[in-house]
Each structure stands twice: as C-alpha cells, then as structure tokens.
Design a binder for this molecule. Structure first.
Ligand code: GDD
Ligand code: MG
Length: 369
C-alpha cells in the first residue's frame, strides 16, 4: 500500500518556528517531525511514500532524498498553489496505484496500529475509513459521528460547541479506495473534510476507533507536550530506545562539566557543552551543538540545535529555535518562543507567550515582562 503524506500547510499556528523551517522539518526531540511519520509507516509495513508539498519544499527533499537512508521509497510532488487536502491527493494521482491507498496529515504524532486500520477497511469493503481519536475539545478538529457498525453518520469540520455530541474526531489518517479520486475535482482547491467526507456519508464511509497515543503538533503548547510525551515514553518512537532506564538520552559525545546536573527525563544532542552548575531537566530537550553556560537552568523546554545560553539564563516552558543566543541573566518563560538565530541580550525577561521573530536582535535589559 502507498501512503500520501500531506505537508503543504504553512504551519501558521507554530510561527515563528515555521517561518524559515517547514512544519514537517521542525525538530521534535532532535529529529525532523515528519521522520516520525515515516518511521511509523515503515514499522507498519508501508514503504512507498508520496510527499504532497507546497510551502518550503526544498528542506524536506534534501533531507529525505529518495528515502533509501530511511528504508523507504519517497516521491515528491510540489503544488504551485495550495490545492487543499483532497486536491493535493488528486494532484499526486499518477503516483497512486489502482488499489487502496493511505493519506496522512503530516503533523500527527501517533502509534496507531495502521495494519488494524487497513484490516478494518478491507473487511468492511469500505470506500473510505477514517481513523478516529477522542479529544477534549473537538472544535479545533473534524467531528465524526458514527453508528454501531462504525458507519459514518456525519462529518463536521471545526464544529461549534452546540454541534458537539461526541468526543471522537478525525485523526487525520485515512484508507481510501482508488474510486474516491474520481470524486475530487482536478486543479482546484478541494478538501476531504468539507468536500469528500460529507459527500461520502452513507456511501461506504467508516470510522475506526482504537486505543493509541495521538497528538496534532500544530501549536506551541502541543509541540512542547509532544516532547514531554516522547521523554516519558507515553508514545513509542525510535527515541524510546535511547532513553535509558533512568530516562536520560545522550546522543553521542557531549561535554558535561563537573557540577552540571541532568534531571530526567532529559535528552541531550551530540556535541553539546553543559557547563558547571547548569541544570537541565526535568523535561528538557537540548539539540546538538548547543552551549549551556555555567549556572543556567532549562526546565520543561526545548532548545534547538546550535543555540547558546550564556551564564545564569533560565528557560522554563519555552522554546528556543535553532542558532539563537540568549544573554546572561535573561529569563525565558511561560510559553515564550525565540525564533531562529535571534540574539537576545542579557537581563531581559521574555514571558507571556512572547514570540521573538527569527534573527531579531533585542538589546540588553529592554524587555521586562
Ligand atoms: N499538500 C497540501 N496542500 N497539504 C495541505 C494543504 C494543501 O493545500 N492544506 C493543508 N495541508 C496539510 C497540512 O500540512 C497538514 O499536514 C494537513 O494537511 C492538515 O492541515 P492542518 O492545517 O494541520 O489542519 P487541521 O489540523 O486544522 O485539521 C485537520 O487535522 C485534524 C487532525 O489533526 C483536519 O483533517 C481535521 O479534520 C482533523 O481532525
Ligand atoms: Mg493540523
């Protein structure tokens, strides 16, 4: 079976992380996010993958190449304008064979049993089967009402509160019959969620619910939560094997100076230097090639590749993107995001979900909230 991964979105809710890096390439526990989707597919025996891309496609192509380094075969199709989720699949039709195929949103971290999904679809002889997952707030998703045999009775994208009568939503993973391609108009923007699925209700569309880990990493809060879940092994990924029995994962050689502390669960990328008196964790991921200077503290946060914290910096529940520099005695806290290669001078306080855009320079002692 072939799988189409949809990665054409702009990832606006993850800005500034997605301004220079497409969402699929944003590192999650030091690995581009979409490589978790690839490893999940491969683990379930799906090795032929089509990337449907739009926004910033080059980084994805150069990282995965023909896929052989990842044990899969990858084909790329780039849209010259966004075609919507279904239009994007129609656009790659020539790469899909006559059989059933799978479609996956590219921003989902899950350990869903894809083989069980395919089995269910084939037993029902369904036109389409949508994987379902329960969430607390369905308003941000596609609500799916099902009957006793799993038949879909209604599909409502981004429902309002008064429309909610189930907590089951579209998990962003489908198995579809090739005939579904005939329902999608060519060359125009068209979506599964507002077009294809509502039209398929009562015509062989099924929902498949199962117990599994599931997370859409589309917002900064969820991006952080996905890190915590990987560190706690709430979801099984290739990182799980690196986390030892004490929940510490050190990737290759690092410099850990005397008196520096790693508080698990914690993950440190190769070549990173952690100086005396610095404390990393709990719930921290430090990318490769970072410098965490003496006396700095990183908790419940992500520091991406090649960033530097000078002395006595505190980072809590925040994200520092690739190659940023944070000056001494600065505090980055409460959902702050510092964009790629930004330079934040010393003695600032960045809090309250502040977004520092890539390459911004903030002088010493200018922000205090
Ligand atoms: N190629 C291509 N072209 N891909 C696209 C396009 C497009 O025009 N538009 C969106 N995508 C990709 C995005 O990159 C993402 O991987 C996926 O399609 C879904 O888009 P999102 O923008 O993340 O949608 P959402 O999270 O608001 O809602 C979708 O996912 C939910 C589950 O997380 C819907 O499918 C909901 O029904 C679902 O519940
Ligand atoms: Mg999404």
């Amino acid at each position: 079976m072939k799988a189409v991964i949809l990665v054409g979105g702009q990832g606006t809710r993850l800005r500034p992380l997605t301004l220079g890096t497409p969402k699929p390439m944003v590192p999650l526990a030091n690995m581009p996010f979409v490589s978790y989707v690839l490893e999940h597919l491969k683990k379930n025996g799906i090795e032929e993958i089509v990337f449907s891309m739009g926004y910033l496609p080059d980084g994805i192509k150069s990282y995965f190449g023909d896929g052989s380094a990842f044990g899969v075969k990858v084909t790329y199709v780039v849209e010259d304008r966004p075609l919507g989720t279904a239009g994007a699949v129609k656009n790659v039709a020539e790469h899909i064979s006559d059989h059933d195929f799978m479609v996956l949103n590219g921003d989902i971290l899950t350990d869903l049993d894809l083989r069980a999904l395919i089995d269910f679809h084939q037993k029902k002889e369904a036109m389409g089967t949508i994987a379902l997952t329960p969430v607390q707030d369905p308003t941000a998703y596609g609500l799916v009402r099902t009957g006793p045999a799993g038949e879909v009775l209604g599909f409502l994208e981004k429902p309002s509160w008064d429309q909610i009568d189930t907590n089951l939503i579209n998990a962003g993973i489908y198995v579809l019959k090739n005939e579904v391609l005939d329902m999608i108009p060519a060359g125009i923007e068209y979506s599964f969620e507002r077009g294809v699925f509502p039209r398929l209700v009562g015509k062989g569309l099924f929902g498949f619910g199962s117990e599994c880990y599931w997370m859409d990493i589309g917002t900064p809060e969820k991006y952080l939560q996905a890190h915590y879940d990987i560190l706690e092994k709430n979801v099984t990924t290739s990182v799980s094997a690196c986390l030892d029995k004490d929940f510490v994962c050190v990737q290759g050689k690092i410099e850990l100076h005397n008196g520096a502390k790693l508080v698990p669960p914690v993950m440190i990328g190769e070549g990173t230097r952690i100086e005396a008196g610095a404390r990393i964790g709990r719930m921290a991921v430090i990318g490769p090639g970072c410098v965490i200077s003496a006396g700095s503290v990183v908790e419940e946060s992500v520091i991406q590749e090649g960033s530097t914290l000078e002395e006595n910096v505190v980072v809590r529940r925040s994200i520092i993107a690739r190659g940023a520099q944070i000056g001494r005695d600065t505090v980055v806290t409460a959902g702050a995001i510092v964009g790629e290669e930004a330079k934040v001078g010393g003695e600032n306080i960045l809090a309250n979900n502040i977004r520092v855009y890539p390459r911004t320079v903030i002088q010493e002692g200018t922000i205090k909230f």
